[in-house]
Design a protein around this ligand. Sequence first.
Ligand code: ADP
Length: 607
Amino acid sequence: MYNSIQYIIQVLYNNLYLGGTKMGFKKSLSTLALFLLVVACGQKNPVVSGTFEGTGSGRNGDIKVSVVLEDTKITAINILETMETEDIAEPVYTAMLQTIVSQNNVNVDSISGATMTSDGFRAAVEMALKTAGVNLKGKKTPVIFGGVEDAVQNFDVVVIGAGGAGLTAAIEAKNNGAATVVVLEKMASVGGNTVRSGGGINAAETRIQKSLGVPDTKETHFRDTMAGGDLTGDPELVHFFTDNAADTVHWIIDYVGAEYLTDYLIHFGGHSYARAVAPKYNSGENLIAKLKDKAEEIGVIIKTSTEATDLIMADGRVAGVTAKKSGQTITFNASKSVIIASGGFVANVEMRKKYNPMFDESYKLYTVSPGSTGDGIVMAQAIGADVTQMDYIQSFPTSNPITGELSDISFTRFAGAILVNQKGNRFVEELERRDVISTAILAEPENYAYLVWNEEIGKAGNTMANNQDEFEKLTEQGLIVKADTMAEAAEFFKIPADQLNATVAKVNEYAKAGIDPDFNHRGGLVDLSVGPFYIERITPSVHHTMGGLKIDVNTRVLDKNGNPIPGLYAAGEVTGGIHGANRLGGNAIADILVFGRAAGKNAALGI
Ligand code: ADP
């Protein structure tokens, strides 16, 4: 240190007295200031060794860590408690954690797609460091992902996207003769929207339906799906989908090992029967975890933080993919074929606007992974692929106004919760289609609205009991209130209590009379005279893109003349034509798995 001070004094002296320029003098002064700052900052931290604990608030609850310090250098971070979704949190607890340790700096970027987990984890480490009495918040640093890779890599089949469709396709490609299969995933973790979904899979004539005595048929599932999409879906694709859904459900349970209830089926809206197998743990997490395990078990290579940017053409066929990883460009040659399974484009507002101006910036939030930017569609269009029904975009009207996540508690709407605006007035029929309700909410000056219900309504379908985690989170976020009187609940959100009481009095009157002259509630209004009462603030969030790449029934991507592009297959939300104008609940996972399997098989066999 002494030598450095001596050096700076020498430079200052030279500049001042030995003819140095003004600029040089200024520069030297700022160097001295910076140096003194560094010294000062360094002095802030005492030399500390030991293990210190801290807690931060993640997406699903508290994250508790212990930080090991040796002479004020972080040597290890241990995760003591976490409730985060495993596959989403994985890069936080690996790459982000290792970057904090290697850089001895807690100010490391969040992992895209796992922001809340990253923030909670960082806060926990910061708290541990505070307890230790040290400040290791340096310059903002990007997460370091892995090392340098071979610039050219050769595989039989290259899959773009590690959501449900991509992982399924990779497994089937490997099992149908592709010796080497790689899945490229641009996010730091696998799962896409599939891991964020409810995980229910519609299928008619499954063994579960048979054992429960549900008299469903594949043909009825076909008709429901066509009707749900206003008869605009492609009947050939829809037939393939509904004919193969049951087999796929059995494959997912028996071969992949995903855990589904055997004595209960979900009856989603628009379906004639209860036909969706219900995930044991209420989400798509287990499905993705099992798909990933199975893919790795049979030798599929999965590369995360690897973003496909272009399709490579050679001799008139798709021969590989160019990708980027941490600034490095890598060529992935595909000797057999490429499968695009990169999901939809909900998270790409420019692309949404291009195809449907209604879905512009007024939709600030979405329920999906930030990876849903339509890359696969753009890449395929660049080599002449056709698209279909791109303007069919779906929003979910009752989502979390802070995070955009779909609110499970808001399912009280199906049991009698009413929708009111900031003035305390009803403004739309509560059981209207998703698009109608969303438009009505966005027409309100605040762009949000409220769901109002009582304890009795919350009991229907165990909605409140099953979603206590969400209730606690919404409470923390100030987005829900429970109160003994309607006036007290209204006060929390500054809704005029008199007006809300008047609205509810009318609802009670209509419930008794069995008519709703104001909005003609098709399910019949429910009495709201007995509390306790709940009010939740909600807003629409963009949820699903029905359109996408045009494929044939063999999952081959078609060009503008309707001819298959050699070597190119696609499956999942990146494709269009199956759901038509509107997708029914529970049909997304069924679609991505059925077509994912087909794409994997066809790509390996060259069908
Ligand atoms: P699907 O339901 O069709 O499987 P998902 O949204 O679940 O769709 O998964 C699509 C996956 O593709 C996401 O994990 C997303 O991050 C990934 N992805 C999107 N664009 C690219 C890209 N350019 N390169 C690699 N992966 C991508």
